[in-house]
Ligand binder design. Structure first.
Ligand code: SF4
Length: 341
């Protein structure tokens, strides 16, 4: 049984619509090409010539960048600046301590009741602040062998009732492979919830298709989708159509953001983001403090500044639009509320 049924045709399946993989293949792979497209003088921007963390931006995300603005908050999220080369004390390769909780390749069991699967290291855009920018995906990826170690682990752990698919982006995986995974999970009766964290939902709206919805409807339990949107400018009519489809299909949609210096570090921006999310059928869920990953220190904000912004946010938003500000502290049994240092 699916968690919901589509009663109306999928509005996104317009005639002539390109396959999402074709659209993805047309992404920007060269930051100078992106700057040219955005009408920004390259001499005003210092980029790393050879970046250890690859560059990629979808055409759709690029279309939302304000042309001629080198400080655009969407551009700053994806541009590999020379600050990435700074080695700052306290910023680590494995910022959240995932590796020590990897029980079998591609399965992290850190919190009670739920496990995280990394299906792929691929993403549609590469966010420069990503806490998994150094993650060893080569050896830490779920194999799609249905009788494999991951399913064995899940079958043996009946205290686990939620499987979380996370980044790399799980929706980079083909519908066929996702369908195989869903079928395997359906054979483990104590897995009740499938949670999908994906940046593709907002940066590549073509990924949300009738086929994808049908695959997810094959899951016997509840499906929860988590978007990753940091700034209100990341939302437009095109991805709102995708969110609406998922919402009408019956999936619960939540959003998590990261509080990022020069990107969304003002209460006004975050209030607007919550309101835009609400209009888009998405509940604001988490506002993360930056995970202290090597190469992303320039996005970090002092604890006092985070507390000041959050206090303003709390005074301006109704409770149901206020995301919880949290931090992922290695060794803690859950995300930790994060106010102040
Ligand atoms: S989409 Fe997610 S996993 Fe991929 S680079 Fe961005 S934050 Fe990291």
């Amino acid at each position: 049984m699916s968690s919901a049924t589509i009663s109306t045709p999928v509005s996104l399946a317009a005639p002539g619509r390109q396959h999402w993989k074709t659209v993805l293949a047309d992404s920007f792979r060269d930051p100078y090409e992106l700057l040219k497209y955005c009408g920004i003088d390259v001499s005003r921007v210092q980029l790393v010539s050879e970046h250890e963390f690859a560059f990629r931006v979808t055409r759709y995300f690029a279309s939302l960048i304000e042309k001629g603005n080198a400080q655009d908050p969407l551009l700053l999220q994806v541009l590999p600046g020379t600050q990435e080369l700074q080695r700052v004390e306290g910023y680590l390769q494995d910022a959240v301590g995932d590796i020590q909780f990897m029980r079998v390749p591609g399965l992290v069991h850190k919190y009670a009741g739920r496990v995280l699967l990394t299906l792929t290291g691929a993403c549609a855009i590469h966010c420069r602040y990503c806490f998994r920018r150094h993650f060893p995906y080569g050896e830490a990826r779920v194999g799609f062998d249905q009788g494999g170690q991951v399913m064995k682990y899940l079958a043996e752990h009946d205290d686990v009732n939620e499987v979380i698919l996370s980044g790399g982006d799980p929706l980079m995986v083909s519908d066929g492979k996702l369908a195989d995974l869903v079928a395997s999970l359906n054979r483990i009766p104590h897995i009740k919830t499938l949670r999908i964290h994906s940046r593709l939902l907002s940066v590549l709206p073509e990924r949300v298709t009738r086929d994808l919805v049908e695959v997810l409807q094959g899951f016997d339990g509840q499906v929860v989708m988590v978007t990753h949107i940091n700034h209100p400018n990341e939302i437009s009519e095109r991805n709102q159509a995708a969110f609406q489809l998922l919402s009408k299909t019956g999936y619960r949609l939540f959003n998590q953001s990261v509080l990022l210096k020069r990107v969304n570090d003002s209460a006004s921006t975050l209030v607007e983001l919550s309101n835009r999310l609400f209009e888009s059928h998405i509940t604001p869920y988490y506002l993360h403090r930056l995970d202290k990953v090597q190469g992303a220190a320039h996005f970090d904000l002092p604890g006092r500044e985070c507390a000041r912004i959050y206090a303003q946010l709390r005074s301006r938003l109704p409770g149901y639009l206020l995301p919880a500000m949290v931090q992922d502290i290695p060794g803690q049994p859950a995300k930790t509320p994060a106010i102040g240092d």
